[in-house]
Write a protein that binds this ligand. Structure first.
Ligand code: AMP
Length: 358
């Protein structure tokens, strides 16, 4: 059976209500699609611009049933949606990506096993469920290493670097008894990401690899394209596409990677959604990542990911958003603000993109 193509007038349900949902809803409006966001925040970034919004918990089955009845397809902007939520929705409405994707990408151990099974390289890793496991993982992997919770980590949260053996107890006291993994430290030269789109029919297309610079564990700047040799870009793209196909993603998969000084590409993390490192595509690519996700989940043909002009994207974090008049005065800056009332430290409030001359 060929899947139905959803076109203008259709309603896309979005699980999650942050800035990614907001930009998805804005892109949907341009394509004549309606959006209905499902999230928990009052006056959320996405609900401010979506056609409709439901504010409810992800385990509120009655609210999920009403949501399913009101939309033509369900996608997501947040990867920690409980898989039970998608399992409940799936018999009622197509969910793209499906729960099988989240099961892998929500768990760092399953994720690394999956990448390895697909032929990708990861940092050395071991499952850690006790202090004794941690001690033997340190024996196996050496130091420095990073202890990470298997689930619910983001922007450096839920992880502790261990540089000396006597730090193991304190690290386990901080993160245990949550199931963890220990990862060998990767002395990387750069951080890269590749965003892959895969349609309902299995068609795949990718944006160029980009370089990401972090400050205080949060993405600060993305440079697109990454200044890397062709063969490295090809290798990064090939592994990202192989993972996307094998994981049977419908929608987007963002693949974060480390590049070592000797040219090895090491996969760090997967996110089955639009990604902060893809915001440059709004101005810098023929099709934005937000439009691409909508095309993919609606069964429309995928758009061209071609670079229109090299771009630099800078996040506006916390108080940096108060500088908005400065960016409005810069004729080359494209300002995006997410409608968040309070500029708390570490909070992503907006971003700015500059297109460069080729
Ligand atoms: P993650 O939450 O896994 O994306 O990690 C957040 C950031 O911590 C990464 O973007 C890296 O800058 C750093 N990091 C995480 N894991 C490692 C590792 N195994 N080796 C070196 N740096 C790491």
């Amino acid at each position: 059976m060929t899947a139905k193509i959803l076109g203008p007038g259709a309603t896309v349900g979005i699980l999650g209500d942050g800035q990614l949902g907001r930009m998805l809803a804005l892109a949907a409006a341009r394509l004549g699609l309606r959006t209905h966001v499902f999230g928990q925040e009052v006056d959320s970034p996405a609900s401010q611009v979506a056609t409709a919004a439901t504010r409810a918990a992800y385990d509120d089955l009655a609210a999920l049933d009403r949501f399913a009845a009101a939309v033509d397809v369900v996608t997501l902007e947040f990867e920690n949606i409980p898989t039970a939520t998608l399992d409940h929705l799936a018999p009622q409405v197509p969910t793209r990506p499906g729960a099988h994707v989240l099961r892998v990408t929500q768990d760092r151990l399953l994720e690394k096993d999956f990448v390895t099974a697909t032929g990708g390289t990861t940092a050395g890793y071991r499952a850690v469920d006790s202090l004794a496991d941690l001690e033997s993982a340190i024996d196996a992997l050496g130091l420095p290493a990073v202890l990470k919770t298997r689930r619910f980590g983001y922007d450096g949260k839920g992880q502790v670097k261990i540089s000396a053996r006597d730090e193991a107890g304190a690290a386990w006291a901080r993160l245990g008894p949550a199931p963890c993994i220990l990862e060998a430290w990767v002395p990387f030269e750069r951080e890269l990401s590749v965003i892959v789109a895969r349609g309902v029919d299995g068609a795949i297309t990718s944006y160029v690899p980009v370089e990401n610079r972090h400050e205080h564990h949060i993405l600060a700047v993305t440079l697109a394209p990454a200044g890397i040799p062709q063969d490295v870009a090809a290798a990064a793209t090939a592994i990202a596409e192989a993972i996307t196909a094998r994981l049977d993603v419908t929608g987007l998969l963002a693949v974060e990677m480390f590049l070592t000084a000797d040219g090895r590409v090491i996969v760090n993390e997967l996110a089955p959604r639009t990604h902060n490192s893809g915001h440059w595509t709004i101005e810098g690519a023929a099709t934005s990542q937000f439009e691409q996700q909508l095309r993919a989940v609606c069964g429309m043909p995928l758009g061209s990911p071609a670079v229109i002009a090299p771009a630099e994207m800078r996040n506006l974090i916390g108080d940096a958003a108060h500088d908005w008049p400065k960016y409005l005065a810069d004729p080359r800056a494209k300002l995006h603000l997410y409608g968040k009332a309070e500029a708390r430290p570490g909070r992503k409030m907006g971003h700015v993109t500059w297109l460069k001359d080729r």
